[in-house]
Write a protein that binds this ligand. Structure first.
Ligand SMILES: [Zn+2]
Length: 510
């Protein structure tokens, strides 16, 4: 049996000015990976593709690897990039007996708000009898169109996402069981009108820890797959928000009951998904006091308004300016996306002094207030090709490419300046640039939740800092025009008011 494997993965922040073209899907190459090169790159890695490859191999399928296109989160996907990827997957679909697809689930293109639903609908239209299995991110904004046009669907249970491979394995095993006639998966999808804040979605924290635990219990007992998607709120599209998809073995009523149970719990706990940021001067003062307390390891200064893995430009300067103004010492920063400054530093050379205008370069039309470049004078302490191998549970084994990179030392602050957008979740990103994160007093990270994978275990304290950026943690800074209304918390201030009882939108398919 020929099984096609492919990936089209992008989380679209519709407020982000960062362009998403084919180059962004190509990982520093001229085109996205495909064929045997993709197979060998992802085999034995802690990724969805790694999981699909493992199970297809165990189930003795003849794997036909298509395109493996993944881009770091950013603005809407350019039409030509989207069509290129879709055409490639459609061509693969014509050659195989089943399709395993890695999708994100929150891709919006210039033309389509639901990039994945559009792709799946095209596959189904052209190949109506082709079985399709998809693995999705927990931040998927799942739509009726996606559910209508696939046979098996599963999403992550962890955030940080340390179960990408096992999610794909679960989905693929279910898919092969279906192909072999061992089960008859039926699926129910439902969605609730709420936008959980990303800073409150971590699975270290209540209530998402309990929601995901319950989904796992359902899988361990009566369901083939149970996925609770927290959704991606920085997508101003109709479908943004929470959803649940439950698959059972030919028992639609039970699938519906379980999906509604998960959504009921999420809705009851909706106030716990709201996040309120404190002002930056208070946070910086707290960071200084935390460093003076007992304990080992660095204090993390978390610049969560500018996380590239939520579509941030990774170049806003407010938090770094506050760190420098406060004269915090022994700080390592990851990082700033600024290819111009990298080139300037490479041109100057290691050991030389440079004066640069760092960051604040990408206009952010979605925000009323912009970030400005910081003029800094410092020493170039290191130049690197910016490649390292991921060591942590999220994407272990994959080579991460931050592009040409350099470290700028400004007084007691060492700043990683990079040429490709990479979120710091793995301490190896510092080590690749000659910095030992465990030995620093402070680490300033542009991240939201994923930093927890590698940095929470070594941190003495974590201070969340409100800076500026298109993944702002303050919804009031954004103008939502397209998301369904009413939706919590944009339209509900009284979290305890259950008279605003929602109606779930739902759909079953057999
Ligand atoms: Zn995600």
């Amino acid at each position: 049996m020929n099984i096609g494997i492919a990936m089209m993965s992008h989380e679209t922040n519709t407020f982000s000015p960062v362009i998403t073209d084919l180059a962004r899907f190509s990982g520093g190459r001229t085109q996205p990976l495909s064929g045997n090169e993709a197979l060998e790159t992802y085999r034995d890695t802690a990724s969805c593709l790694g999981g699909f490859i493992k199970i297809a191999s165990e189930r003795s399928a003849n794997m036909v690897h298509g395109i493996a296109a993944a881009a770091a989160p950013s603005g809407r996907v350019e039409n030509d990039a989207y069509e290129y990827i879709c055409d490639s997957i459609l061509a693969l679909a014509g050659q195989v007996d089943g399709l395993l697809l890695v999708l994100h689930g929150a891709m919006a293109t210039v033309e389509f708000d639901d990039g994945e639903g559009e792709l799946l609908q095209r596959i189904r239209a052209r190949h109506p009898n082709l079985p399709v299995c998809i693995a999705l991110d927990m931040h998927a904004n799942v739509t009726r169109q996606m559910v209508d046009n696939c046979d098996v669907l599963a999403g992550y249970h962890t955030y940080p996402h340390i179960d990408m491979d096992t999610t794909a394995e679960r989905a693929a095993n279910l898919f092969f069981d279906m192909l072999e006639g061992k089960s008859k998966p039926v699926m129910h999808w439902a969605t609730a009108p709420m936008l959980p804040h990303v800073m409150r979605q971590g699975t270290d924290d209540f209530p998402n820890n309990q929601l995901q635990q319950r989904a796992i219990e359902l899988e361990d007992s009566s369901c083939l797959a149970a996925s609770l998607f927290t959704g991606f709120p920085h997508a101003d599209i109709h479908a943004a928000g929470v959803s649940a998809v439950v698959i059972t073995n030919d028992d639609l009523d039970h699938a519906r009951t379980c999906a509604n149970e998960l959504l009921d719990f999420a809705w009851q706990q909706r106030a716990r998904f709201v996040y309120t940021a404190e002002d930056l001067p208070t946070s910086i003062a707290r960071a200084r006091s935390a460093q003076q307390e007992s304990g080992t390891g660095p204090v993390i200064i978390l610049d969560h308004y500018d996380n590239t893995a939520s579509g941030g430009t990774m170049d806003t300067t407010e938090v770094l300016a506050a760190v420098i103004d406060a004269k915090l010492n022994d700080v390592a920063v990851f990082g700033f996306y600024d290819p111009e400054v990298v080139e300037q530093m490479i041109h100057a050379g290691v050991g030389e002094q440079v004066t640069v205008k760092l960051g604040g370069k990408l206009p952010m039309p979605a925000l009323a207030t912009q970030s400005s470049p910081l003029t800094l004078t410092g020493e170039v302490v290191l130049i690197s090709n910016g490649k390292f191998k991921a060591q942590v549970a999220m994407s272990r084994g994959l080579t991460i490419n931050m592009g040409r990179a350099a470290v700028l030392r400004v007084g007691g602050v060492d700043i990683a300046v990079i040429s490709r957008h990479i979120e710091p979740y793995d301490p190896a990103c510092f080590r690749a640039l000659g910095m030992e994160p465990t030995q620093r007093k402070y680490l300033m990270l542009k991240s939201r939740i994923h930093y927890r994978v590698g940095f929470k275990p070594i941190a003495k304290a974590i201070i969340e800092c409100a800076g500026r950026g298109v993944c702002t943690s303050d919804y009031d800074e954004l103008e939502f025009n397209n998301v369904r209304r009413p939706i919590y918390p944009l339209d509900h201030t009284d979290a305890e008011d259950d008279t605003t009882r929602h109606e779930f939108e739902s759909q079953s398919r057999t």
